[in-house]
Structure formats: C-alpha cells, structure tokens
Design a protein around this ligand. Structure first.
Ligand SMILES: NC(=O)c1ccc[n+]([C@@H]2O[C@H](COP(=O)([O-])OP(=O)(O)OC[C@H]3O[C@@H](n4cnc5c(N)ncnc54)[C@H](O)[C@@H]3O)[C@@H](O)[C@H]2O)c1
Length: 379
C-alpha cells in the first residue's frame, strides 16, 4: 500500500491558473498522491479533466458537500488526509471551515478568506480541530528567500531600518478599460474576491513576505489606492506606507495596471550593517549590499547557505529552480507536519499568516476610504 499522503483538490481545474502549480508541487518530493476532488463545478468539465490527467474517477465528486459526505464514509486509512482549496476566494472560508470541522488537514490558497472576521472564525475552528492548516504564500518557498530570512535572523544586516516591497503586474490593464470585460472578471467582483483586488491578490504576498523575512510585525498602514473607474468597486493599484515602529518604516507598492509588467515582485530590506535584495523574476540571485564593499551575490545549492535554504534545492548549483520548486518546498514542509516529523517554522505559512493578511487588507482599504489615514493592525 502506498505511504503517500492522500490529497484531495478543490478547484484548480484545467481552466485555472494555479491548479498545475499545486499538482506539480505536491508530486515533487514523492510525498503526496492526488486521490480525488472537485476540479470544476460543471460536471462534464470536472470529470473530463480528471480523465485527462489520468486520475481514477471514483473519487471525483459532483460538489464539495458530496466530497465531505462520501469521504467520511471511507475508512480512515483510505480517506483524504489533506485537501487543497484552489477555488476563487469566496469559497475558501466555507470550504475550509467544513473541512476543519470534519477533521481534515487543509492547504488553502491566499487570500485565506474574504474578511478578517472569517479569518478569526477559522482560527477558532482550527483550535478545536487540531489539524494542520497551511496558506500558500508561494514565494516563501524560494531557497534564496529562505536564505534571506536566515541571514536577517542571524544579524547579517544588523537592526532593520528600512523595508521596501514592490509587486507590479499589468494583466488588468487590457481588461479594466472595457466595461464588459471588467464585469466578467471574478477578481474585480467583490462577491467573489472580497473587498480588494490588488491589495488582496498581490499586496498580501508583499505584506506576508515582509513579515516572513524580517520577523517583525507591521503595526500601522496608510494606503492610497486607485480604482480608475467610478463603477469599479475594486482597487487595481495601491501604495501602502508601513510602520513597524518609530524607527522601522517602509512601503509596499502594488499594481495590476503597471502596463506590460508580468510578476515583478521585489523585496529589499536594509539594516544598519547591510542590505538584502531579491527579485521574483530572477529568484536564484540574492544580493548582499554593504557600505564600501562590492555587491555580493548568493545563489542556491552552495554550502554557504543555511539548512532550510539547502532543504529546498534539488539540483547542483547553476540549474535554475523556479516557482514550481518554491511551491514544492512548501508542500514538502506540510508533508512533514502531517507526518508529525520535525520541521522548521519557516517551511510553510500557517493560519496565523493567513489571518495577518486579511487584517492587512482590511486596514489598507479602511485607510484609503477614511482619506489616507494611519490604521493600526491587531498585534
Ligand atoms: N499563491 C499564488 O501565488 C496564487 C497565484 C494565483 C492564484 N492564487 C489563488 O488561487 C485561487 C484560484 O485562483 P486562479 O487564478 O487559479 O482562479 P481561476 O479562476 O483560474 O480558477 C478557479 C478554479 O476553481 C474552480 N471552481 C470554481 N468554483 C468551484 C466550486 N464551487 N467547486 C470546485 N471548483 C470550483 C474553477 O472551475 C477553476 O478551475 C485564488 O484564491 C487566488 O487568489 C494564488
């Protein structure tokens, strides 16, 4: 009998963006096996996709409620052990809550819910369930991000004094200027997406990354968002000033109308001794900046890297690894947690990080709506 962890998948069908990333990531370290799920609410698409990727169809269910009911009928040693939620945002909360209430481990896409209130309810539900809950802030799995975190933890840059994160995309530009197209895009529909598009979709990645890398908690935010059109209820661009403390400040710059940009996510953290810079579109290079010295470039797979960074490198140095590998590393950490093996806290983001993200989104939108004022996060 296979010893792989039995994984169910919700969403992530053939028409989706993120499904392939999770399927490949879950298979990467031979830890998980997809045993079933609901890929699509349309049955023909759902079953057709399962057949296309060669999955047995006996555990492809017509909808989420049927999945829960039928999986609970199975003996525990056959039942799905963990379920990945890869649907549009509004389904994350009801699906995650019911999964937890029925004893499943959960892997949930970001943003974790559509409101901070829902996130707090999920935290309470998880406390009772005592299962594993991971939130896939994908970029935290990159080896050089993990190395950056370790270097900051070890004091290589000294006391942090300036934080700068940017996430620029341009994909909404061809959509936003056409009324029909913007009405047909779920990320621009508050009922499906939550109260924010740009800050919710990519600002949360930047926010999570800052806290992941620095180990610091953002205390206050001041946001200036752009909606472009009066009838558009969702931000498509935003600049957020962040304040960790009186002497640690920074900025999160996000846009989905930065025409022509792809996934231009960069993060820079500067301390009193040095600075560290990383860019998602060139993820195997980590730049160390020091006064009066040439720039140092660190790369994955070399013995000078920390254990957690090396844990996520599969090939000798110089073989580029990318976003699939980053998500694969997150799944690797989740597998350890499910198997009750020791793991580093930095190996996967949890419900705490997911809830922080929701708190951030709501504070940023509130700040903008109140006329660009400082709003305090829960700390
Ligand atoms: N971590 C990341 O870097 C990252 C990147 C992209 C998307 N995401 C997140 O992943 C989620 C999905 O995004 P996407 O871009 O793949 O969306 P998408 O619209 O491309 O795909 C959504 C999928 O969900 C399925 N679906 C819809 N309703 C369903 C239901 N009731 N039951 C089962 N399946 C259903 C659709 O058929 C489709 O396959 C979002 O929450 C998004 O924020 C995360």
């Amino acid at each position: 009998m296979s010893t792989k962890i039995r994984l169910g998948v919700l969403g992530g069908g053939g028409d989706s963006l993120i499904g392939v990333l999770h399927r490949i990531a879950s298979a990467m370290f031979d830890q998980f096996q997809i045993v079933g799920g609901v890929f699509n609410p349309i049955w023909k698409e759902n079953i057709g996709f399962a057949e296309k990727i060669g999955l047995p169809t006996d555990r492809i269910y017509k909808d989420f409620d049927t999945l829960i009911n039928e999986e609970l009928e199975l003996p525990e040693d056959q039942r799905m052990q963990v379920v990945s939620i890869l649907t549009p945002n509004f389904l994350h909360f009801p699906m995650a809550k019911k999964l937890l209430e029925n004893g499943f481990n959960v892997i949930c896409e970001k943003p974790m819910t559509t409101s901070y209130e829902e996130a707090k309810i999920l935290k309470k539900t998880l406390k009772k369930a005592k299962t594993i809950f991971a939130v896939t802030y994908t970029y935290t799995g990159y080896p050089m991000i993990r190395q950056m975190r370790e270097m900051i933890k070890k004091g290589v840059i000294g006391k942090v004094q300036k934080i700068d994160a940017q996430y620029y995309q341009g994909w909404i530009n061809p959509i936003i200027h056409d009324e029909k197209q913007r009405a047909a895009t779920w990320r621009l529909n508050p009922e499906k997406s939550g109260i924010s598009c740009c800050i919710g979709d990519i600002g949360t990645h930047a926010f999570d990354m800052i806290e992941y890398l620095s180990g610091l908690k953002v205390d206050m935010v001041l946001a200036d968002l752009n909606y472009l059109y009066k009838d558009n209820k969702m931000d498509v661009d935003g600049t957020v000033l962040i304040r960790v403390s009186e002497n640690v400040k920074g900025v999160i710059r996000t846009s989905q109308i930065a025409t022509g940009e792809e996934n231009n996510f960069t993060v820079q953290i500067y301390g009193e001794k040095a600075g560290l810079k990383w860019a998602q579109e060139n993820p195997n290079y980590l730049y160390l900046l020091e006064d009066g010295k040439p720039i140092n470039i660190l790369k994955p797979g070399h013995t000078y890297n920390s254990d957690i960074s090396l844990e996520g490198t599969k090939l000798p140095p110089g073989h580029p690894e990318g976003i699939f590998d980053s998500m694969g590393n997150i799944y690797k950490g989740i597998a350890k947690a499910i198997r009750n093996e020791p793991y580093d806290k930095g190996e996967f983001p949890t419900i705490i990080d997911g809830a922080r993200g929701m708190n951030f989104i709501e504070c940023a939108v509130e700040s903008h709506q109140k006329g660009n004022v400082w709003v305090k996060l829960d700390n």
